[in-house]
Design a protein around this ligand. Structure first.
Ligand code: SDX
Length: 363
């Protein structure tokens, strides 16, 4: 049963193109290589959202409006009940997100873009017994996220590393969570409904839930010499190696190197960081080798999540929040796709082929 829609073109889009054979990602006509590390998240949002809201403010104004949106959505956190804190962070964020009015205008879009950036640090701090930190509307999006998480301004290279990540994951063709956002937008439900569907899809370990388990794998292996045996045992159990393989890329994910370098530059404690990277590189090499041996007919290369795990760990995010950091970047793409679908698309309603039993006599 072809139930993964492999290679099916489900829609046309002007937003992004993922070239799986060449390992190339284009977002609104720009190559990822020229965007990641050189573009602010605010400018990336302006690029993604251009044409989907009228009027569309220029990038500096959009950045100022996003800062005010962070300040405004922070009010939802104050209403969070202790029951919220018993939920996994991503589920607590979903509950808070549902409180944002389900509309299609730019202010709702900015509230939804601000939401994961504000809610996740607040819930993380509440869960560790600390008070949430109110947003600073004047700060850049990436700098404000780290300030709300740690309670103090981040170092320049930390802000730059997070910004590189948010830009690199901001949009990526018709991945599962973006497709979920488009399906909901095609029924003309509001943007909040689209984002709730997308965040729910992203949560899955086959999609955006992989970075945390990548760290679990590194911790379980512990040292380079143990990698081969551990990975072989995992594959013997038919486990998936988190951070490897992709539905579209048949070569290395072009985002992997940008994120690896961004993480490596975080020289908080150089020796400790270097040994963490050395372990990761050894595990990556061993994994690529054994996957090639075990699955010779299926190219399984490093995907975006493998080095994301080290980058987000170095930035001080708890691993159970990594998927939410992914959402902080991808929400810009989800909004753009939802708007493209609502403005120019139709209700998404594919056919299915019935293969179940049929009535024995003519009904
Ligand atoms: C993201 O689509 C996007 O663009 C997603 C994303 C984005 O930016 O939105 O790029 C983000 O989701 C990246 C992927 C993060 N997920 C992981 O790292 C989880 C581990 N990877 C996989 O489970 C898997 O590679 C998928 C889900 C990502 C893609 O798998 P497919 O295309 O559905 O392939 P499949 O499940 O049909 O597997 C084909 C074969 C199988 O072997 P056989 O049964 O044919 O013998 O490859 C094997 C699989 O067992 N395989 C793996 C594997 N991935 C596929 N075996 C071991 N480890 C893996 N990681």
């Amino acid at each position: 049963m072809k139930n993964g829609l492999d290679d099916v073109i489900a829609t046309e889009t002007i937003l992004s193109d993922v070239d799986g054979a060449a390992g190339r990602l284009i977002i609104r006509g720009r190559s990822l290589d020229e965007l990641a590390g050189a573009t602010s998240y605010e400018d990336m949002l302006a690029l993604l959202l251009a044409g989907f809201f009228d009027p569309m403010p220029d990038p500096p104004t959009l950045g100022a409006l996003l800062g005010r949106a962070r300040r405004d959505v922070f009010g939802h956190v104050a209403s969070s009940q202790s029951a919220l804190l018993s939920l996994p962070t991503i589920d607590a964020v979903r509950v808070l997100l549902a409180g944002i009015k389900d509309r299609d205008d730019l202010s709702s879009a900015l509230a939804l873009i601000a939401a994961p950036a504000v809610f996740a640090p607040a819930i993380i701090r509440l869960k560790s017994g600390e008070e949430p930190i109110a947003p600073d509307p004047q700060a850049s999006h990436a700098a404000d996220i780290l300030r709300m998480l740690h309670g103090e301004p981040a170092r320049e290279e930390e802000t730059k590393a997070l910004e590189t990540y948010l830009v690199a994951v901001s949009d990526h063709g018709l991945n599962a969570s973006t497709f979920a956002a488009r399906i909901v937008a095609s029924t003309h439900a509001g943007l909040t409904s689209s984002i709730l569907a997308a965040l729910s899809a992203l949560k899955g370990p086959l999609h955006g839930g992989a970075p945390g388990p990548v760290l679990d794998m590194l911790d379980a292996i512990g040292e380079p010499s143990a990698a081969g045996a551990w990975l072989a045992a995992a594959l013997d159990r038919n486990d998936r190696l988190m951070g490897f393989g992709h539905r579209v890329y048949r070569v290395r994910d072009p985002r992997a190197d940008a994120l690896k370098e961004a993480g490596r530059r975080l020289s908080k404690v150089a020796t400790a960081r270097d040994s963490r990277f050395a372990l990761a590189e050894a595990i990556e090499a061993a994994a690529l080798k054994i996957l090639a041996e075990r699955k010779p007919n299926r190219p399984l290369k490093t995907n975006v999540e493998f080095y994301t795990a080290l980058l987000l760990e170095a930035l001080g995010f708890p691993r159970e929040s990594f998927t939410l950091v992914f959402a902080m970047g991808r929400v810009g793409g989800w909004i753009a796709h939802a708007r493209e679908q609502a403005l120019y698309g139709r209700l998404i309603r594919p056919q299915s082929k019935y293969v179940g039993p049929r009535p024995t006599q003519a009904a």
